[in-house]
Design a protein around this ligand. Structure first.
Ligand code: AMP
Ligand code: ZN
Length: 474
């Protein structure tokens, strides 16, 4: 089966065909680094991590770029309010640069623990200011942008397909009341590319750069277009973000990128659904959020990761303890199987080849269906059931393979299974058993029984079969 991806642009699942056969270019919108990672953010980055892992598992080479927004994201996506970072820095009496540094370190710590693989390139918005100024100038030169009071705006009336991604009904939407009118803008949907750093009372936005339009800083949407094009090219395969990015952020990214290059910016747009609390979006601004850190401390990082992956990325999920309890039970089922396989001392001849093939097929069919992770996990648990039912008949090899296959496939979903200590004692047990056999050969039954007694004290039983000794651990 070919990989099908639900493309927000067409509102359909489409066969995935990268521009360059085996090399995928992938951009996902990253964190605005003013606060800790909440579990909604973590869900989003886990989704995109799985996209990368699965594509790599299928044999693609993926170049994944994800930004850190460290300037220019205002409290309202429609260019009003304060810069989130400067606002929080002032509250904490920190320099914004210091706040950003601190939050990026925390971001890495949390996402590393959640086994979210670091994207190949993670640039900060502030690292591409010259390129952003260049793009704004290009848009002004091409008459897609205009300057008012040292701010630069994108003129949406000049861009033919503005709003296609979000299926905006431009005429209808224009009649809706606007929360905060920006008198500088010519048209309702126009958005800021560059903002003047001058504030009332002769003050300046702390993060500011010289530009042809005076001291200023970039508008939020600009950075993603610039970073995507700088590192991945003018047309990229995949671009991902939360559904909240569809109407403004991604709509504006398309407009400014395509106006500048005249080329299609993105071939496949993926958008992830929210985690809600009592039906409302979990968000920092509403204060109804749980940090990844507190949940990892409570449940363990892999239980949290499992809980995040257990629902398909395009399905909304409400936050409850059940999510984590369910994940914990499911992980325990896997470890229970591993324990049984480790402690098995009598082996049959059943290889589980057919079942393993079936597992691989069901897993990849599910993932090929727009990354259906919940279905993929279900196929792993189906396999676990079969292995349990056939436990007595399993060969030693079947046990080893089952363990390896489960670990590999669940790893594609970013769930890391730890190697259990029990497997490590096997060579040591073989050594002890051979010493005991030597003692018995020499008819030193007193010492050999002493050894057996010591093992029993720590829960290891020895049973002498016809021609070999078998050990089991309680
Ligand atoms: P932000 O830092 O608010 O820009 O969010 C970073 C990423 O997390 C974006 O892709 C958002 O779409 C996503 N996000 C924010 N809140 C939630 C939520 N409640 N559930 C899932 N994703 C979210
Ligand atoms: Zn973005």
């Amino acid at each position: 089966m070919a990989l099908m991806i639900y493309n927000t642009l067409s509102r359909k699942k489409e066969i995935f065909k990268p521009v360059k056969k085996d090399n995928v270019t992938f951009y996902s919108c990253g964190q605005t680094v003013y606060d800790d990672l909440h579990i909604g953010n973590a869900r989003m980055y886990s989704n995109w991590d799985i996209v990368t892992r699965y594509l790599e598992w299928k044999g693609y080479h993926v170049l994944h770029v994800q930004n850190f927004t460290d300037v220019g994201h205002l409290t309202s996506d429609a260019d009003s309010g304060e810069d989130k970072i400067e606002k929080r820095a002032a509250e904490k009496k920190l320099n914004p640069w210091e706040l950003v540094d601190r939050q990026i370190q925390k971001y890495y710590k949390d996402t590393d623990e959640l086994n979210i693989k670091r994207p190949n390139i993670m640039p900060r918005a502030t690292s591409v200011i010259p390129e952003m100024i260049e793009l704004v100038q290009k848009l002004i030169d091409k008459k897609f942008a205009y300057v008012v009071k040292k701010n630069v705006y994108f003129d949406t009336s000049k861009f033919k397909n503005y709003g296609e991604l979000a299926q905006l009904k431009l005429e209808e939407d224009k009649t809706k009341p606007r929360v905060i009118e920006d008198a500088n803008k010519k048209n309702y949907f126009d958005f800021a590319l560059w903002l003047s750093a001058e504030k009332e009372g002769g003050k300046f936005h702390v993060m500011n750069w010289n530009s042809p339009w005076g001291k200023g800083y970039p508008g939020w949407h600009l950075e993603c277009s610039v970073m995507a094009m700088k590192f991945l090219g003018e047309t990229i395969d995949l671009h991902a973000g939360g559904i909240d990015h569809i109407p403004v952020h991604h709509t504006n990214e398309i407009a400014q990128s395509e106006a500048a290059t005249g080329k299609k910016f993105v071939n496949y747009w993926m958008h992830g659904e929210f985690i809600t609390v009592n039906g409302e979006k979990m968000s920092k601004s509403k204060g109804n959020f749980y940090t990844s850190r507190e949940l990892m401390d409570k449940w363990g990082s892999m239980v949290v990761r499992y809980a995040l992956v257990n629902t398909h990325y395009r399905k909304r999920v409400d936050f409850t303890d059940e999510l984590f309890l369910n994940a914990k039970n499911n992980i325990e089922k896997i470890y229970d199987l591993f324990d049984k396989l480790d402690n098995k001392s009598v082996f049959g001849k059943l290889e589980l080849d057919k079942e393993t093939e079936e597992l691989k097929k069901n897993f990849s069919d599910s993932m090929d269906d727009d990354f259906n992770t919940s279905q993929a996990l279900a196929s792993i648990h189906e396999f676990i059931k079969k292995a349990n039912i056939n436990m007595a008949a399993l060969s030693k090899n079947a046990g080893i393979n089952a363990r390896e296959k489960i670990t590999e496939l669940i790893g594609v979903l970013g769930i890391r299974l730890e190697k259990k200590k029990e497997t490590d004692i096997e060579p040591l047990m073989n050594l002890i058993i051979s010493i005991r056999n030597k003692l018995r050969d020499k008819k030193d039954y007193e010492t050999s029984d002493y050894l057996r007694g010591l093992l029993k004290n720590i829960g290891i039983e020895l049973k002498d079969d016809k021609d070999k000794t078998i050990w089991t651990k309680k």
